[in-house]
Ligand binder design. Sequence first.
Ligand SMILES: Nc1ncnc2c1ncn2[C@@H]1O[C@H](COP(=O)(O)OP(=O)(O)OP(=O)(O)O)[C@@H](O)[C@H]1O
Length: 583
Amino acid sequence: MGIFKKLNWFFKQEWKSYVVGVFFLIIVAILQVVSPRVVGIIIDEIAQGTLSRSSLAKWVLLILVSGILQYLFRYIWRMKIWGTSAELEKILRSRLFKHFTEMDATFYQKFRTGDLMAHATNDLNAIRMVAGAGILTLADSISSGGITLFTMFFLIDWRLTLIAMIPLPGLTLVSRILGKRMHKSFRKAQAAFSDLNDKTQESVSGVKVIKTFGEEEQDIRDFEARTKDVMLKNKEVYRTDALFDPAIQLILGLSYALTIIFGGRFVVEGSISIGQLVSFISYISMMTWPMLAVGRLFNVLERGSASYSRIEELLEEKSSIVEKKESFPSLISGNLDFQVEQFKYPNATEASLSDVVFHLEQGQTLGIVGRTGAGKSSIFKLLLREYDNYEGRILYDGVDIRDYSLDALLKGIGYVPQDNFLFSTDIRENIRFADPSINQEAVEAAAKLAAIHNDVLGFPEGYDTLVGERGVSLSGGQKQRISIARAVVLNPELLILDDSLSAVDAKTEEAILSGLKERRADKTTIIAAHRISSVMHANEIIVLDEGRIVERGTHQELMHLDGWYHRMYEKQQLEIKLEGEDA
Ligand SMILES: Nc1ncnc2c1ncn2[C@@H]1O[C@H](COP(=O)(O)OP(=O)(O)OP(=O)(O)O)[C@@H](O)[C@H]1O
């Protein structure tokens, strides 16, 4: 029943609908006892020979009217209670989604996509059942069970009612034992479903890779193992579930037996009429539903409670990135000072950045090169405030980036990530993602700067062409250039290109870089690349190795150093020459 307490906030908010729903539910319960009593009266009138045509018509009409009213009122309470429960699912889903958008990188490393999706679908469904089926069965079993018992007690015979109730405490025992088992097994089943969801999500998005490596068989086997696990855990849930109804039937069976033994004796003794015994037996059969409902209620509540704790655990996760109460609201601008003494990813043992210090005047460009895993992307993650747990400071115009509001910081940065991502909409919307009110002229200017404009004109529907799963397939270079256009369209204070030119050819790269230089003369740009040609015109270039700056300077200075940079440059020049000869 704890789950009702947890959902109290919702019931308080929606009490009106529930009051109307429960009111009609009680009316239906009262109407339900009419027919068996009327049947009992008719039987007694037959036995006494007093039944007339007109009294029979009266009783039949009463049964009919009660039937029609039950039909109407059932409709009302179902609409009220079911409809309101859908509202709960909506509220929780919005809350969960908002929470997802506020979470940091650590959260997304800890919880996988499929798992989060399982929470947002299956678990919310189980909670909605509490507010719908749960409330309904609770109110229904109490009202119809209570009213039936009341009628049996006061209108038929109180002794027989007490005797028939003897087996009822068994119900509490059964519910308690099976309820506990249900909670445990349902939690396990939901966790297994999360796991399966993850697997499905990963396999579907990675299907091309799986096929290229001919690993379908292995993947199918893996999938089957997880499906089997979900099935076995759900079987356990159903096994517990299946034990409820027979246990209740057994308890009811005992009640019937006691009623027939003792009720028969009372009829013989003449303390009750035969008609009353018939009504009483009908009432016992009417108790079947409230009692089954109690079983179902526990089932629904235990499932809901298991799911609610899973959702609560997610909602309790806190983002480590918190905005200060009095944050600096103006957009970032000015000089950038990056002074990180040490940065370690949460749970990592080794530092990913050590003593990385650079100063960038407004309008300057910084180049970052280094082997893979050297720490280039880590610098960007700190600039974008994906992590706060570093020693040192990052200042924009002398103000720590942790003092800016997140909005002010992130709106000032145009970021092209390494694994660029396009949304399933048209090219125009992808480019003006940051602000849908940007006009076509600005979109085209950004596309020209990113050297994608001519490609777009070549597509069947130009800027209206859909991309993503249902649209055209774009080449890696085209995707990269649309991502660049998206980042430059607002002419941000800081532009970050994280290996964003890797899939474009040398000529296009040159066109993009010179365009950026011209357009962004008064803005700051950071370019990380494997190709030296992407960074050689930067005001300063840093060479990273294992998270440390090992060489720094302009292209000329680095060439004189005769270190990693120089060797890399020579090697890449040689490759270009060989490619040219091949061609
Ligand atoms: N989320 C993470 N948790 C723990 N360690 C991480 C995480 N992301 C990156 N690292 C580690 O931090 C180091 C630096 O990684 P980073 O992605 O910054 O390198 P990079 O220079 O951008 O490499 P590449 O050129 O291949 O993109 C690597 O050793 C990497 O294993």
